[in-house]
Design a protein around this ligand. Structure first.
Ligand SMILES: NC(=O)CC[C@H](N)C(=O)O
Length: 303
């Protein structure tokens, strides 16, 4: 498969794409990102790298980090599934309403409430959760040049009213064990990790290759964990647009409000795309379109 030729076609096709999306300005620091950034990187299981555009430029990974924190919690053998469910939410990622009906048990680990419970689990089981998460991401990406963006973290901390409400509400219902400020601090930091499409595609190879770290035989997580995490990406990775992403792209994936999307084709590749303008569900409009083109032009999806 000539992936580079296919990526070139996608880049060309989307040159004139009329993007009606908006940048995520509820985190003020993200509003400064130029909206015309566009890059894509595909890392193949045979080690091949294919890319275009701003694929080596770092951006805020935001909710894509929820896949890393879940993987780290699984690596530490944490008991998760009594405290977080694995059902699609059909609701916005920051919704408060479902939590009350479901007695403080979030629908899945990729909506904010679920990721805050995973953050609580990591704060309980790790001595230095921020350092340990960053070390884990650097290990799976095989790249030490990955960092938190303090400006983005503090910008979200100042305006993170919904996340503050979510964590307090779950604390009241008995599903949070640690101090809420410690969990929020960790959560805002995890969301602030800056990575390029290239780095994301390499890191996500653990999910495409049964837990193996790219270019090595070392397993970062068990293959059974990748099976489960991929299933949750497929059903819950795009919140109330998970069905649409499955329908149009047909790969497990995860988005973030920084405009990034990562998707994997098990045993074949991991691909990351970045375009900051978001649709009303909080997913990158052009990013989704690029991935739809990828699975259409290659004729390969998991279905
Ligand atoms: N969907 C996202 O990327 C949301 C992450 C963001 N940090 C928030 O909590 O609102």
């Amino acid at each position: 498969m000539d992936y580079q030729a296919i990526l070139n076609i996608i880049e060309k096709e989307l040159e004139s794409f009329e993007d009606e999306g908006k940048v995520a300005d509820y985190i003020p620091e993200l509003a400064f990102v130029p909206s015309d950034k566009f890059g894509m990187h595909l890392h193949c299981i045979d080690g091949g790298d294919y890319s275009f555009g701003n694929s080596d430029e770092k951006f805020s990974i935001q909710s894509i980090s929820k896949v890393f924190s879940l993987a780290l919690a699984k690596k530490h053998g944490s008991k998760i599934w009594k405290r977080v469910d694995v059902e699609p939410s059909g609701d916005p990622f920051n919704s408060l309403t479902q939590l009350e009906k479901e007695k403080g048990i979030p629908r899945n680990p990729f909506i904010n409430a679920g990721a805050l419970v995973i953050a609580d689990i990591l704060v309980s089981c790790l001595d230095n959760p921020k350092k340990d998460l960053l070390d884990f991401v650097r290990l799976i990406a095989q790249d030490d040049d990955i960092h938190y963006d303090e400006k983005v973290a503090s910008s979200e901390k100042k305006h993170g009213y919904r996340n503050i409400a979510l964590v307090n509400y779950m604390k009241a219902l008995g599903n949070i064990n640690n101090d809420v400020d410690d969990i929020l601090d960790f959560y805002f930091y995890q969301c602030s990790i800056s990575m390029s499409c290239h780095q994301l595609a390499k890191a996500f190879m653990i999910f495409a290759n049964e837990g193996r770290i790219m270019g090595t035989e070392e397993k970062a997580i068990k293959s059974n964990s990748t099976k489960r995490i991929n299933a949750i990406m497929q059903t819950c990775g795009f919140y109330d647009e998970a069905g649409e992403f499955s329908f149009r792209v047909g790969l497990p994936g995860k988005s973030g409000v920084g405009g990034g999307i990562v998707a994997i084709h098990p045993h074949q590749y991991a691909v990351a795309v970045w375009s900051p303008l978001l649709n009303e569900k909080g997913n990158s409009e052009k990013g989704m379109r690029a991935l739809e083109e990828l699975t259409t032009l290659t004729g390969l999806s998991i279905f």
